[in-house]
Design a protein around this ligand. Sequence first.
Ligand code: NAD
Ligand code: ZN
Ligand code: ZN
Length: 344
Amino acid sequence: MVATMKAAVLHALKTPLKIENVPVPEPGHGDLLIKVTACGVCHSDLHAVDGDWTPPPVIPLIPGHEVAGRIVKLGAGVSGFAVGDHVGVPWMYSSCGTCEFCLAGMETICKSAEATGYTKPGGYAEYLVAPAAFVGRLPDDADPFALAPILCAGVTTYRGLKRTGARPGQWVTILGIGGLGHIAVQYAKAMGLRVAAVDVSNEKLALAKSLGAEVLVNGAETDAVAAVQEKIGGSHAAVVTAVASKAFEQAILMLRPGGTVAYIGLPGGKADEIRTSISAITNWELSVRGSNVGTRQDLNEAIAFATNGLVKATIRTVKLDAVNDVFDEMRKGKIVGRVVIDMT
Ligand code: NAD
Ligand code: ZN
Ligand code: ZN
């Protein structure tokens, strides 16, 4: 008899997830079977459910890619891990390992990469399988609920900040203080940067302030570009995690001459386009860079910031059955910090 597990499953785009009993997966060669303790709800999961991106996710889909759990079974050929080990599973499920990007430590842009909770079953379930080569190691005594968001929101914003090239003492403007953005503020502070925060919600800006942001701008109430230029003379760097194309347009114009913006958010669909000023980019030698989750090395470093107490997600936990309600809250922009599913 095949053992079963509880999971939240997407059967058709734009429909609610169904809570069902499905077979517990078997770890293949090089894989780990992991019992999920906690799984964060990332806006990317909502994009997957709503079919915002091309290509769409592989359906039926179990979403979830901010996973903390314990190993319960080792697949053939796995070494260096033991049953009971505390691990985290990120969006980067795997990459080919042999293309020019993988060979250069840039597996984030491998064209053969697989994505947890998008092309492979994710963590909205009691168990999942993940390749041992791509999981993050978590300290045995670390809080899995606080750490789960580091597996995506953490590593992604950490890499995004690094890709701006900003150095200690410089200003970074974070646009979008949601699940990713409130963690970005903390990495930025820990990296010695000064932070300006932009959102359309005063509650989220209050969170950014409590985490060390010095300048707060509500883009729904004021001209956010003018505010950043006036208050700090423009930003050396910017990171965009907002789910609105307008913020991506604004971020370029918030830069100082020579500044760099890292794009992280992925609004998708009709919101996937921006209009910008060619002359602003050319005359002021601005740089616009994409940043896609993070490498395994980024993940190790991002986890270390968190386990050293420098970064801590603001979380609220829910049970798996509440996940569709969480998506509704996220669509309305009502979530402050990150919601984490408690799978225990
Ligand atoms: P979230 O819903 O928690 O946060 C989004 C925030 O953007 C909210 O606080 C919202 O108020 C704010 N916002 C909306 N419109 C705005 C505007 N005009 N100006 C400023 N702020 C605005 O979402 P999240 O989980 O933090 O994810 C954010 C985005 O990042 C999503 O599109 C997600 O898919 C994407 N993402 C990308 C990567 C990557 O590797 N590039 C990784 C993870 C998530
Ligand atoms: Zn994510
Ligand atoms: Zn590759």
